[in-house]
Design a protein around this ligand. Structure first.
Ligand code: NAX
Length: 327
């Protein structure tokens, strides 16, 4: 039997976790033969609710689950973690922009970054879902002294899936035919879903969908505003789709990427790729290599339209970073 992998999930009694935990436990994330130890972190007032989630996990009798730890102590939750999935934070409410959330959630990620550095495995991976996820990830990275910068990620795969689904619907094809979709920048309303490199059935998306006004206008706006549209329709932010994207991001990060394709995840920009600013957590086209390392896809030509959109989203990330430094 394989050595168990320890997965820590914060916000474990929340809505996203209620979908996520059961799929991790079932083996959908790390594989059907990979035992897991689940360490679940919540704030003290939610421990009772978390107890109920653990009871349900127990009642599934998942064969892969070796142990479940439920706690309100970050030092206990991050102990020996291989994967730190930082889901917990205060979700965006109707009318609230991510910037409003920075002040509320920023300090949580200072404490969690420190607790990860002190307790998790030195080669652990940190993956942030809680919003504003790119900047929360940057805060955690700066406070997790000693951990490699390249082990920090934030979620933009849900945005990629939203973009793929819009393109598939417009082209009238199954979504699996859409590949090479990149989200650039921030997980926010400034993100740039890059249709210029997307492919549909192996052909450039721009050859299959010739309505360039739609691609440059409604398509981008729909993807950028999808989170808000779901809040408006459901009265709550995306949960099952967010859990799916979180699970699939980790799966993408541990599985060699199919030849010719890539996926979107936000990671540390060292300033050497595509003229993106140094020192932000930025969404870029990413591949997982056969040895488990990750590379940013290089050599994509960015036209003037794309460059302008990417610059706008990076500007927002720099502003968020400045806001955090201001706090
Ligand atoms: P919920 O409010 O249902 O759950 C969040 C949970 O986190 C709560 O149970 C809360 O008690 C817990 N929590 C708060 N502070 C904590 C702390 N310091 N330590 C541990 N747990 C803590 O929100 P949910 O719908 O699950 O969303 C979680 C986060 O994901 C939100 O920030 C949300 O905005 C974000 N999202 C990110 C997405 C992305 O693509 N990156 C998309 C979906 C979602 O909006």
């Amino acid at each position: 039997m394989k050595t168990p992998v320890t997965v820590t999930v914060t916000g474990a009694a929340g809505n996203i976790s209620y979908s996520l935990l059961f799929r991790i436990a079932a083996g959908d994330m790390l594989g059907a033969d990979q035992p897991v130890i689940l360490k679940l972190l919540e704030i003290t007032p939610c421990l009772e609710k978390l107890k109920g989630v653990v009871m349900e996990l127990d009642d599934c009798a998942f064969p892969l689950v070796q142990e479940i730890v439920a706690t309100d102590d970050p030092a206990v939750a991050f102990k020996d973690a291989d994967w730190c999935m930082l889901v917990g934070s205060v979700p965006r409410k109707a009318g609230m922009e991510r910037k409003d959330l920075l002040g509320i959630n920023g300090k949580v990620f200072v404490g969690q970054g420190k607790a990860i550095a002190e307790n998790a495995k030195p080669d652990c991976k940190v993956f942030v879902v809680g919003n504003p996820c790119n900047t929360n990830c940057l805060i955690a990275l700066h406070n997790a002294t000693g951990l490699p910068k390249e082990n920090f990620f934030a979620m933009t795969l849900l945005d990629e899936y939203r973009a793929k689904s819009q393109l598939a619907a417009k082209a009238g094809v199954p979504v699996a035919e859409v590949t090479n979709m990149t989200i650039w920048g921030n997980h926010s309303s400034t993100q740039y879903p890059d249709f210029t490199h997307a492919r549909i059935g192996g052909k450039p998306a721009t050859e299959v969908i010739t309505d360039s006004e739609w691609l440059k206008g409604e398509f981008i706006k729909t993807v950028q505003q999808r989170g808000a549209a779901i809040i408006a329709a459901r009265g709550a932010s995306s949960a099952a789709s967010a859990a799916n994207a979180a699970l699939m991001t980790v799966k993408n990060l541990v599985t060699p990427t199919p030849e010719g394709d890539w996926f979107s995840v936000s990671s540390y920009s060292d300033g050497s790729k595509y003229g993106l600013p140094e020192g932000i957590i930025c969404s870029m086209p990413t591949r997982t290599n056969a040895d488990g390392s990750h590379s940013i896809v290089e050599g994509l030509e960015l036209d003037a339209f794309s460059q302008e959109k990417i610059a706008a989203s990076c500007k927002e990330l720099l502003e968020e970073r400045a806001d955090v430094l201001g706090c």
